[in-house]
Design a protein around this ligand. Structure first.
Ligand code: GDP
Ligand code: ZN
Length: 348
């Protein structure tokens, strides 16, 4: 017998009058799912009446589902339970909208490396995506052993990671790994978000104390963008936490980034909230512009403002291109409704 609560399950997640055995998806291999349920580790497939006819939301790694449990073979997945957080990307299948790549995590480790690949605007973008997922972001700066201008980079990170815990670590020396412990307690789920090569697999192996992931193989898969068919899984750490790897930013796309913009740029929006003399201020050369004043006073960096504008535009572009402002609370609605909406957009 497995206690599903050790895997993050809460009895309150069970919908009233639901039948079926609760389970958590730990891996997805094409059409076959690996799950943990009170009966142990099982395999499952989607029940087609529910998923292909009634439009139930397709499960992903981390999802809690209900099973029609079978003792002699694959169980049938009959329902995907509402998500507390998720990452999604555009589904490579045309007309299918978006596809969740990880669900129900408590924390997102937003990862960037302190070596020459260090890139502050990329980190800024990842932070935006992380806020958007519904979970709490933590900035994890990898390869701390390779940093040459450590203090300068830390300072840079603190200017963009407003109100976020920042943890420099090294998978090689073990430096800083203990600072991650608060996020890795029993039944907690963490998602790793970062470009390939940043050290996601190395971190998992260091935390697990043994080799769990192939350090180079995953990188190759990422580069070819083969994540739909690639084996994706949730790894259990000795601490009792679970870790999920995600594809990089390119694979996730800038989908609906606007939802997370406010939280990632809380400092910029605070200045904006003060208002300018003219209500239609374009924040360029207008007198009494609060943004301009904040930049002149050194309260806000001009670069940070530029990044905010740039991301805002990209977000708008992504939204307009799809012609549909995706609202994450609408996510759980049936895929069939989504497809109908997409068809209408196309006709316009
Ligand atoms: P992933 O693609 O994000 O999973 O990255 P990997 O874990 O495969 O790491 C990419 C490369 O960076 C590998 O050559 C690792 O050995 C190296 N690497 C990862 N973490 C560290 C670290 O903390 N210090 C050093 N020096 N190298 C690291
Ligand atoms: Zn202004």
């Amino acid at each position: 017998m497995i206690n599903l609560e050790e895997y993050g399950w809460l009895p309150s997640m069970l919908p009233e009058g639901a039948n079926g055995v609760p389970a958590r998806v730990t891996a997805v291999r094409r059409e076959r799912y690996e799950l943990v349920c009170p009966h142990g580790t099982v395999h499952g497939r989607l029940k087609s009446a529910e998923y292909y006819e009634r439009g139930e939301t397709f499960p992903t790694v981390g999802d809690f589902v209900l099973l029609q449990y079978e003792t002699g073979g694959d169980s049938l997945i009959i329902k995907t339970l509402p998500r507390t957080s998720f990452f999604s990307r555009r589904d490579p299948t045309p007309g299918r909208g978006e596809q969740a790549v990880a669900a129900n995590f408590d924390t997102v480790f937003v990862m960037t490396s302190l070596n020459q690949d260090f890139n502050i605007s990329r980190l800024e973008r990842y932070l935006t995506l992380a806020w958007q997922s519904g979970a709490t972001p933590v900035v994890v700066l990898t390869k701390a052993d390779l940093a040459d201008d450590y203090d300068e980079r830390m300072q840079e990170v603190h200017t963009i990671a407003v109100g976020v815990d920042v943890c420099p670590v090294s998978a090689v020396t073990g430096q800083g790994l203990d600072k991650l412990a608060p996020y890795l307690g029993p039944a907690r789920t963490v998602v790793l978000l970062g470009s390939s090569g940043v050290g996601k697999s190395s971190l998992v192996n260091a935390l697990a104390g043994e080799k769990q992931m192939d350090v180079s193989a995953i990188r190759e898969d990422d580069a070819r963008g083969r994540h739909t068919t690639t084996h994706r899984q949730m790894i259990a750490l000795p601490s009792g936490a679970m870790v999920v790897d995600t594809p990089g930013m390119r694979e996730l796309g800038m989908w609906d980034v606007s939802t997370g913009l406010g939280e990632a740029f809380a400092d910029v929006e605070e200045v904006l909230a003060r208002g300018c003399r003219f209500s239609d201020c374009r924040h360029q050369t207008e007198p009494g512009c609060s943004i301009r004043m904040a930049i002149e006073d050194g309260e806000l960096s001009a670069e940070r403002w530029q990044h905010y504008l740039k991301l805002g535009q990209e977000a708008q572009y992504a939204d307009d291109k799809v012609g549909y402002l995706h609202n994450k609370h609408k996510w759980s609605k049936e895929t069939s409704k989504w497809i109908k909406q997409m068809k209408k957009v196309k006709k316009r």
